[in-house]
Design a protein around this ligand. Structure first.
Ligand SMILES: Cc1cc2nc3c(=O)[nH]c(=O)nc-3n(C[C@H](O)[C@H](O)[C@H](O)COP(=O)(O)OP(=O)(O)OC[C@H]3O[C@@H](n4cnc5c(N)ncnc54)[C@H](O)[C@@H]3O)c2cc1C
Length: 405
């Protein structure tokens, strides 16, 4: 393919091999991975470079399987300086729980916790240093045209055209709508408060989750005896809690969390995130692929949403490479269809597991008791624990080349 690797303009309109709509963690990782393999890429994101006016309170659990993508892309060392290894996961129901440790998947850590701001900054630095990739910040796209030999992303008075556009533009994806791909699912009547707390006792690398009657609460280890708190509540309650004065929030937290989270002090802003479960009916079409939240949104319990997006990236890079090696048009539906086949099953299975946990543990007491008992029994069976550990570590299923061990 004669256009592979060659970008035609430095100020627009742009013509490249792959146009990426959205420069969140998924879009930037994809851009970097494709750039490293020699494809000319333009990424457009509406956020302005270095905008710190809306800090992201999330910290991501990245499984060790997905972490290998960052290792392969050469940004692991920068991330490690600020990341906290997760060596154990504990989930508690009302009468029992399950706990598994890194050794059960033969790794020093199940994964790492990294602040969203740290990850996005490291990715943006690497993308800006990659000659094959152009990152357009503060660039809102308003229209996507598909069909013919190119997809075109309209950005104000300029545009990006490429044989393939990848929608990495989050849950309200414009690219997905332009491709007429249905996004099926539902919102939960719940929302997650995300913030940082200083812990009253050392976390020892343990990620902990407790299933309270209104939803799960997760405490995920960060540097300096801090933790990322994800507290799920009915949506209206979550908004009210987020608006409380810090000391009143701490009192409510102590009331609800009790011994699970003693003496925690609020040390960061609070943001409330809506929670839903949505999956695109397919992840590709003629001239389009979807990755990350544009393709699927799941409950944040167990911290798997971005991990799924990173696995999309790794699989898509292999699918594009395979098509290019065979001399095919990388945006043709026939070249892209293995991507949906590869990824959608994993996403559906993970989403179903999250849905099961979320529904079961907010059900009537007898159901919660039965589920707690089942979890406790599973926790006593070493093969079941190993399976949970490998699933949480992102090492199940067919692994793409960026995730190879
Ligand atoms: C509280 C909480 C905690 C979570 N914790 C974890 C965790 O521990 N581990 C994990 O794996 N996942 C976690 N997740 C899920 C994770 O946050 C998402 O899966 C991830 O952010 C998706 O990344 P993305 O790049 O696909 O989308 P986004 O992060 O939504 O990025 C989309 C980008 O597209 C841009 N964009 C959209 N439309 C336009 C437009 N028209 N023009 C220009 N730019 C546009 C936006 O500016 C944005 O930068 C959590 C989610 C929540 C809510």
């Amino acid at each position: 393919m004669d256009y592979i690797g060659g970008m035609t303009s430095s100020s627009g309109p742009f013509r490249c091999d792959v146009a990426i709509a959205g420069g969140g963690p998924v879009g930037l990782t994809l851009a970097l991975a494709l750039g490293r393999r020699g494809y000319a890429v333009v990424v457009a994101d509406g956020a302005k470079a270095g905008d710190v006016s809306r800090p992201d309170t999330r910290a991501y659990f990245i499984s060790h399987g997905c972490w290998r993508i960052f290792r392969a892309l050469g940004i692991e060392d920068q991330l490690l300086a600020e990341a906290e290894p997760v060596t154990q996961v504990e989930a508690e129901g009302r009468i029992g729980g399950i706990s598994f440790i890194a050794e059960e998947c033969s790794e020093p850590a199940l994964g790492f916790m990294v602040n969203a701001g740290v990850l996005n900054a490291a990715l943006a630095r690497a993308v800006n240093a990659e000659a094959k990739v152009k990152l357009l910040a503060g660039a809102t796209f308003t229209q996507t045209t598909l069909g013919g030999a190119s997809a075109v992303l309209k950005l104000g008075d300029t545009e990006i055209s490429a044989p393939l556009v990848v929608g990495c533009d989050g849950r309200n994806s414009l690219v997905r709508r332009a491709a007429n791909i249905r996004f099926e699912g539902h919102d939960y009547d719940a929302a997650a408060i995300s913030t940082t707390v200083k812990l009253g006792r050392p976390h020892n690398g343990v990620a902990r989750q407790v299933f309270l009657p209104n939803g799960p609460m997760a405490v995920l280890p960060l540097k300096d005896a801090c933790a990322n708190l994800i507290w799920t509540e009915k949506a209206a309650v979550a908004r009210a809690l987020a608006d409380l004065a810090p000391e009143d929030f701490e009192l409510e937290l102590a009331k609800r969390a009790g011994a699970f989270l003693p003496d925690a002090k609020l040390v960061g802003p609070r943001i409330v995130f809506p929670i839903g479960l949505y999956i695109a009916e397919r992840f590709d079409a003629e001239r389009v692929a979807l990755a990350g939240d544009a393709a699927h949104v799941i409950h944040p319990l167990a911290g798997q949403g971005l991990n799924l997006g990173l696995k999309d990236v790794a699989a898509l890079v292999d699918v594009i490479d395979e098509a290019a090696r065979a001399g095919l048009d990388i945006g043709a539906a026939s070249a892209l269809s293995p991507y949906t086949t590869w990824r959608r099953g994993d996403v559906v299975a993970t989403a179903a597991a999250m849905e099961g946990f979320a529904r079961t543990f907010t059900s009537a007491l007898p159901v919660r008791l039965a589920a707690g008992a089942a979890m406790a029994i599973a926790g006593m069976v070493p093969p079941a624990r190993r399976l949970f550990a490998r699933e949480a570590g992102g090492d199940l299923g067919e692994l793409p080349s960026l995730m190879a061990r």
